[in-house]
Write a protein that binds this ligand. Structure first.
Ligand code: ZN
Ligand code: ZN
Length: 281
């Protein structure tokens, strides 16, 4: 079975290495049938300390040019899909949406994610960074978890995104809620909204490469996704070309054990872009 990876980065952001072509080439070497290039959408509408995390706004045209060139250059080897990973940030979401809508037609899909939680007294909590951990502990782990899933709920309800990235990302450094049951109930209600909106949730293997050493989301949540028949895909969230399709074969074995029978794939059908279930073998 030829696989596909819909979440990869490149040197369009300063915390990833390798060109878009390097990632595409890596996917070809792995015999994938599709690669989704999904640079971080500019974060200039987030607080200033996040600006350097993504490409600049003026890089966007270059990004679309380069990704389109790769689509054509490698069309006989692999289908290149063009995407963006967009941070949901309530205060600036209108602005973000406006810029993205201006570029409609230049990309195939959008991944929604959360890397910054707004908090009084702080610009925003940078939950992707270890330095956020002592702050989160000070603010109360459960408080931050609740706020995070409230944001996730808002992200889902925008209906703007095709894929939800690293659903339980806040656990990245091993943080565990104290009132686990309460947070879990909140998670279940977010999952119900995801089901209603028919959004794809990624099984993100980057967690295996982080200190938490588990998938985003965790097995318990994956089981809930399976039970609700919420569409799922595998994503590496590669920040180096070597991590494209990271651990996908082992992950499929594991997902089958959890009861998953299909993964979703994007296909152009009758001129429109659709997600189609594929039986996993
Ligand atoms: Zn990144
Ligand atoms: Zn990413």
């Amino acid at each position: 079975m030829r696989l596909w990876d819909y979440h990869t980065h490149s040197n369009f952001c300063d915390h990833a290495i390798g060109s878009l072509e390097d990632y595409t080439q890596s996917a070809i070497n792995l015999n994938l049938n599709q690669i989704g290039l999904t640079a971080h959408f500019p974060m200039i509408y987030l607080p200033e300390s996040f600006h350097h995390y993504a490409m600049l706004l003026e890089d966007l045209p270059l990004y679309f040019n380069e990704t389109n060139e790769l689509k054509l250059k490698f069309k006989n080897e692999i289908e290149v899909l063009i995407g963006l990973e967009v941070d949901y940030f309530k205060k600036s979401f209108k602005q973000i949406k406006k810029v993205i809508k201006k570029h409609r037609g230049k990309f195939d899909y959008l991944i929604g994610s959360i890397h910054a939680i707004p908090w009084d007294g702080y610009e925003a909590l940078p939950i992707d960074m270890r330095k956020a951990v002592p702050i989160i502990k000070k603010l109360g782990i459960d408080n931050v978890f609740l706020r995070y899933y409230e944001m996730m709920d808002e992200l889902v309800k925008t209906g703007f995104f095709d894929i939800i990235a690293h659903f339980d990302f806040l656990k990245k450094y091993g943080l565990i809620p104290e009132k686990n049951e309460m947070i879990y109930q909140k998670i279940l209600s977010v999952l119900d909204h995801i089901k209603k909106k028919d959004i794809i949730v990624e099984i993100n293997t980057s967690g295996l490469r982080k200190s938490v050493k588990e998938y985003f989301p965790s097995d318990d949540i994956i089981k809930e996704l399976i039970q609700r028949e919420i569409p799922m895909i595998l994503c590496s969230d590669a920040h180096t070309p070597n991590d494209v399709a990271y651990s996908f074969n082992e992950t499929i074995v594991k997902l089958k054990k959890l009861g998953l029978t299909k993964l979703y794939q994007f296909e152009i059908q009758d001129g429109s872009f659709k997600k189609v279930p594929k039986r996993i073998l």
